[in-house]
Design a protein around this ligand. Sequence first.
Ligand SMILES: Cc1cc2nc3c(=O)[nH]c(=O)nc-3n(C[C@H](O)[C@H](O)[C@H](O)COP(=O)(O)OP(=O)(O)OC[C@H]3O[C@@H](n4cnc5c(N)ncnc54)[C@H](O)[C@@H]3O)c2cc1C
Length: 590
Amino acid sequence: MTYRAPVDDIVHALKTAAGLDDLTARGLLDGVDEDTIRAVLEEAGKFGAEVLDPLSATGDRAGSKLIDGKVATPDGWKEAYQQFAAGGWGALAAPEEWGGQNLPQIVATAAGEIWNASNLAFGLCPLLTFGAIDAVEAQGSEELKKLYLPKMVSGEWTGTMNLTEPHAGSDLSQLKTRAVKQADGSYRIFGTKIFITYGDHEMTENIVHLVLARLPDAPPGTRGISLFLVPKRLVNADGSLGARNDVVCAGVEHKLGIHASPTCVMKYGEGGTGAVGYLVGEENRGLNVMFIMMNAARLAVGTQGVAVAERATQRAIAYAKERRQGRSSHSSGDGMAPIIEHADIRRSLMTMKALTQAARAICLVTASETDVARRAKSPTERAAATARVALLTPVAKAFSTDIGCEVASVGVQVHGGMGFIEETGAAQIYRDARILPIYEGTNGIQAVDLVTRKLPLEGGKVVEAYIGELAQTAEEVRRSNRPDFGRMGERLGEAVAALAEASRWMGGALRSNPEGALAGAAPYLRLFGLAAGGIYLARGALAAARSGAAGVQAQPIAVARFFAENLATAAPGLKETVVTGADSALALSA
Ligand SMILES: Cc1cc2nc3c(=O)[nH]c(=O)nc-3n(C[C@H](O)[C@H](O)[C@H](O)COP(=O)(O)OP(=O)(O)OC[C@H]3O[C@@H](n4cnc5c(N)ncnc54)[C@H](O)[C@@H]3O)c2cc1C
């Protein structure tokens, strides 16, 4: 089956969770309204279904390969990429000054879901280019911006992100790649980077690498890291392409999934002269710039989690309607029932749908706060939204990618034995999904970030205010007293109360028992995602109820109620895990 972009679901989440109408009314979206967004997403959906989806399985089988020192992407990849760039899809949120369309982040995030659901291994390439554009735009010199941004925004050149080294993964303080300053103000880069996504390919004439490296006199640790722009081919002052730079791909990894995305070992300065690089931002402040790129990329990777979950859900529903086995309580006559009639399959499909929609809402809310942070007139509003983005980014990344794997796994299960056989596509989704909790900062690191950096923001006031808003919605649901809401209000009230208590405990434990706090970080993040996701779905249910929705239109009520009564019920247990589980987690010696 072909993937269909869930435009109605996305627009529903934008309106009911991400505050689309409010953003429009406040004039923050430069005239972009629901109709425009719908039109963009419908077009994105067409491109995804017609061009990208058909390449997903063939790309998985062929993979990208290193042949005679060049990386060959699967057949059709280059043409698809060129169509993608020509369609202007690479430039949705980029500034107009550099040729972009300056569309709001909510549109770029929603379109990103569609590319990645259509073809995850393809979607990764523009995802990293967007991050590179953000970093150069924010901190590059005027000269670098003029020379590189127009080509990156148009998609003529792609961008990469070079952090990881064999001995420096989560802990970048250990990185050894060297940068040596030259008399002309440029630098020469020497070192090896591993796992570099789309580190090399022939889809474009040039590739712009953003590389973390250390100057000879740099202080140790993360305070001594600088960021450099290193082009694959040097660029002359008039923008034309010059000689090959001293950077090569020395290998392409064999992986569990995303086979078509080349994961490269990159060698800088192997030729002896060093790769020519240009400083982005200030010396020794490179990690700060890279964080600009990483935060954008973390939201984008969270959205990849939503994307694989949506693809898995669509496939599982289609299969469950076709496949017949056994008899259900609805069966009539002698024939076997479609498996979608069995209670356990229905629970499975509801779980897939509800987790996907909750994660989508969290990602779109993070995107909409990003828009406020960039576009609001008042500095106070911008600062509050910036803090909200900081709080939600690790949740968007980790919750969404964790559920991406879980939903993909349920999708395999719904297919029975055929799920394990490659031809249904369920197995590929499962394999592809598994990278998402690992790259762009592992989900373990996201949980540490949430607990140690984000909860303490403004002395805990940022998280407190957020939980206060969640509690108000839970109360509104409880008070609505609608029979079709079931126990939604109660269950969400308990989930939010659990989050509040766990947050208070974390605040104290960070001071008195830091190791205990870190041991509870991952369950705390899960609890956060369940409470937030449940509340966003409930806001969708409230909106559907207000509009007198019936039939298919009332789906948001059914999904929100299912989430509250079947998934958010884990929240009080997770709170206990956070508050009382650390000692046993750490009981055995290392
Ligand atoms: C397919 C693929 C594509 C990638 N693309 C890129 C790319 O384009 N650019 C790039 O720079 N990198 C890329 N990476 C690298 C990726 O970001 C790293 O693999 C990831 O950050 C984890 O680093 P590591 O593999 O060294 O694991 P490690 O850091 O060794 O971590 C191993 C485990 O220990 C845990 N851990 C480590 N430190 C801590 C801590 N302080 N507290 C708690 N737990 C901890 C981790 O959560 C993890 O579970 C890619 C990797 C893959 C596999």
